[in-house]
Design a binder for this molecule. Structure first.
Ligand SMILES: NC(=O)c1ccc[n+]([C@@H]2O[C@H](COP(=O)([O-])OP(=O)(O)OC[C@H]3O[C@@H](n4cnc5c(N)ncnc54)[C@H](OP(=O)(O)O)[C@@H]3O)[C@@H](O)[C@H]2O)c1
Length: 213
């Protein structure tokens, strides 16, 4: 689990453990995870430091990506360092390490607004949000998705609408080409449910799907 200490990552780790998976939590600060479980192993690493991925990859069955948090607003508000090519460069490192260690499955949490979903957003939203606040992040994610789709791994790209910290509903919609409104949102816990189900159900191998309430 890459980005295990983040808001989505923690929920994915929780859900995976609840489903009986053995989880390796890959994070820059594993102590931020605050979960103690006999099936959980912590790995300190940075997706921009390939050697940390190479050290963690052997023996894994699948990799789940929930790394991010580098949009303009959040970096300004929280004073975080901009990592302009975090998703693209990080994913290139991940895919290389997966290939070397023969790890077959990659689940990638991307975002609504990337790729063909961009054109399905209302025009004013595209202009006000996508081309301003999220411009650099979406460009990075476009490059990330291209790398994932071109890879020889068994990948699935999941594009959530706006994420919330609300409890899971179990009533989310997931599939390719969903039309979204500007108010579309989905709890991170529901996205975690979709990703963890996908590990065993494999409904969307080599597909890009959107997820929203
Ligand atoms: N927010 C939304 O409404 C929304 C909507 C759709 C999609 N998304 C996407 O969903 C994903 C998860 O978002 P979120 O808000 O739930 O997560 P988040 O809380 O922002 O967590 C992001 C995680 O990425 C980690 N990270 C950042 N740089 C890293 C690096 N170089 N190496 C390893 N880990 C690194 C962070 O670690 P540290 O704790 O060390 O910083 C953090 O744990 C992101 O890709 C985001 O773009 C978000």
């Amino acid at each position: 689990m890459l980005g295990a200490g983040g808001a989505s990552g923690r929920r994915i780790v929780d859900r995976a453990l609840a489903e009986g998976h053995e989880v390796t939590a890959f994070a820059r600060q594993p102590s931020s995870l605050e979960i103690d479980h006999s099936h959980l192993t912590a790995a300190r690493g940075d997706v921009l430091a390939p050697e940390t991925l190479e050290a963690t990859m052997p023996g894994q069955d699948a990799v789940v990506w929930a790394v991010g948090g580098h949009d303009l607003l959040r970096t300004l508000l929280h004073g975080q360092r901009r990592q302009r090519r975090l998703c693209a460069d990080g994913t290139a490192n991940v895919l290389r390490a997966m290939r070397s260690a023969d790890v077959p499955r990659f689940l990638c949490q991307s975002s609504w607004g990337v790729g063909d979903s961009h054109g399905r957003a209302p025009a004013h939203f595209r202009v006000i949000v996508f081309r301003t606040l999220l411009r650099a992040e979406l460009a990075d994610k476009e490059a990330q998705e291209r790398l994932v789709r071109a890879s020889d791994r068994q990948w699935t790209i999941v594009r959530p609408s706006r994420l919330t910290d609300d409890p899971a509903t179990g009533r989310y919609r997931a599939g390719p080409g969903l039309p979204f409104s500007v108010r579309a949102h989905v709890p991170r816990a529901d996205v975690a449910d979709l990703l963890v189900r996908e590990l065993s159900e494999r409904r969307f191998v080599r597909e890009t799907v959107e997820v929203t309430l």
